[in-house]
Design a protein around this ligand. Structure first.
Ligand code: GDP
Length: 458
């Protein structure tokens, strides 16, 4: 799932190859594609419009960090907007981020038994999710959990919940034939209190479509049970329909959160985005399989990453912008373009590369480079110590030597090698690499080492 959207966006960003600030034309082209991709991924139209407007506003005129390509920068902007749309506010402020994270937790702060009401259409995965959450709370939070089925029309559904209770090792309210949903609710509340249960799940009846009778019943159950959490379970594969369902349930019930099931299926991932945007409710969990362990706590950053499927470009942009002093980079690039790339500049570049995690680190972060890294590992690996050894060699030189590498004679090489603890052959290698690099830099013009890494990526 989500791959279609990721591929689409990836293709768009590859076409942005210019440098400097993102132009309005770049951004417009990207936005058209993003809009198409989101619509194809089943994101609801009003949500698409809102989303694209937000991204456009942030992208136009955004300065492109030297180390990355404009397309990568747009990925980062789209990524941030996705996180914001999926998870509420995204802010540098840690307190805010903590609030977003807390929203995806289950609230159990009430007098036990804490009631969790499960709502949703038939077939949405409601009963399965109830079993998953029961196991989750029993294992992670060491809670004593009871499950009760209110699906009076479908004995099979009641039996199914009973079996899930067995599998997850949680309590199950015995079935009493002929009782109404409201009567079962009252009995469940009493039994859970008597049995010293921490949490009581009420699995309400599902219908294939929303109808008044169903709604009236759930509303009455909610009134009696006063749930701390009322979760709507929705099938991510139903796309636009899921949004309609969410809106209807949200009007009728005091929902506190969403659970999206079948994230493991081959749907297009737009439902998550739309449902969050339309209801404003936090997505709390994702269903990732039929088995009881197929549950994931929702994480906006992770889902945004999955939707974009762009490796860790985002992480690279963040790292590069935090670590590379752009003025330095610009100055170095200018010197290089004029062929004035001396060993001090090389030492600087090597330092920047180490900060980005060395060649190995840079390659791990870039999409499509994973394979190349594997090949290089097979050939003996990327030698990241090499960067620090090369820097040590340069730092053992006098300022004069660093400015005049061509004039370094054998006796000086010997002294430099001894000073940095390497063989003379390694000093020679470094000088040769510098010569080759300055030639290449002259040809390449601007960009520097970081630019080179970015070029390698694309
Ligand atoms: P309910 O009618 O809403 O209670 O739905 P069920 O819990 O009975 O689920 C309907 C079907 O969907 C069952 O076959 C489940 O095994 C399956 N199902 C539920 N959640 C997931 C999920 O996250 N991924 C996958 N692949 N299947 C799921």
């Amino acid at each position: 799932m989500f791959e279609a959207l990721g591929d689409r966006l990836g293709g768009v960003f590859d076409t942005l190859t210019g440098r400097g600030a993102l132009t309005e034309r770049d951004v417009d082209a990207a936005m058209r594609e993003i809009r198409k991709a989101l619509l194809e991924a089943d994101v609801a139209l009003p949500v698409v419009k809102q989303f694209v407007a937000k991204v456009r506003e942030e992208a136009v005129g955004e300065r492109v960090i030297k180390a990355v390509k404009p397309g990568q920068q747009v990925v980062k902007i789209v990524n941030d907007a996705l996180i914001q749309t999926l998870g509420g506010t995204l802010s540098e402020d840690d307190a805010d981020m903590a609030a977003v994270r807390a929203a995806s937790e289950l609230n159990l702060n009430a007098k036990p038994p804490v009631v969790i009401l499960m709502a949703g259409l038939q077939g949405s995965g409601k009963t399965t999710t109830t079993g998953k959450l029961a196991l989750y709370l029993r294992e992670r939070a060491k809670k004593k959990v009871m499950l009760a089925s209110l699906d009076t029309n479908r004995p099979a559904a009641m039996d199914q919940l009973g079996m899930l209770a067995d599998k997850s090792g949680t309590g199950f309210l015995p079935i009493v034939k002929g009782q109404s949903a409201v009567e079962i609710t009252q009995r469940a509340l009493k039994e859970a209190a008597k049995g010293g249960y921490d949490v009581l799940f009420l699995d309400t009846a599902g219908r294939t479509t929303i109808n008044e009778e169903l709604m009236a019943e759930v509303i009455e159950v909610a009134r009696i049970a006063q749930p701390t959490e009322t979760l709507l379970v929705a099938d991510a594969l139903t796309g636009q329909d899921a949004v309609e369902t969410a809106a209807r349930f949200n009007e009728a019930l005091p929902l506190t959160g969403l659970v999206l099931t079948r994230i493991d299926g081959d749907g297009r991932g737009g439902a998550a985005l739309s449902m969050k945007a339309v209801t404003g409710l936090p997505i709390k969990f994702l269903g990732t399989g039929e088995k009881l362990d197929g549950l994931e706590q929702f994480d906006a950053e992770r889902l945004a990453g999955r939707i974009l499927g762009q490796g860790d470009v985002v992480a690279l942009v963040e790292k590069a912008s935090a670590l590379i002093d752009e003025k330095d980079a610009a100055r170095a690039a200018e010197k290089m373009a004029k062929g004035e790339f001396d060993l001090d500049d090389l030492a600087n570049q090597l330092g920047q590369m180490s900060k980005l995690g060395g060649m190995g680190g840079i390659m791990k972060l870039l999409p499509g480079m994973g394979k190349m890294k594997k090949q290089m590992d097979a050939m003996g690996g990327v030698d990241d110590n090499l960067l620090s050894r090369q820097r040590a060699v340069i730092l053992s030189m006098t300022p004069w030597e660093r400015k005049n590498p061509k004039l370094i004679k054998a006796s000086r090489k010997k002294r430099i090698a001894a000073g940095s603890g390497v063989q003379v052959s390694e000093v020679n290698k470094l000088l040769k690499m510098h010569r080759q690099m300055s030639d290449m830099m002259k040809k390449m013009g601007k960009g520097g080492m970081a630019g080179m890494a970015a070029q390698m990526a694309g």
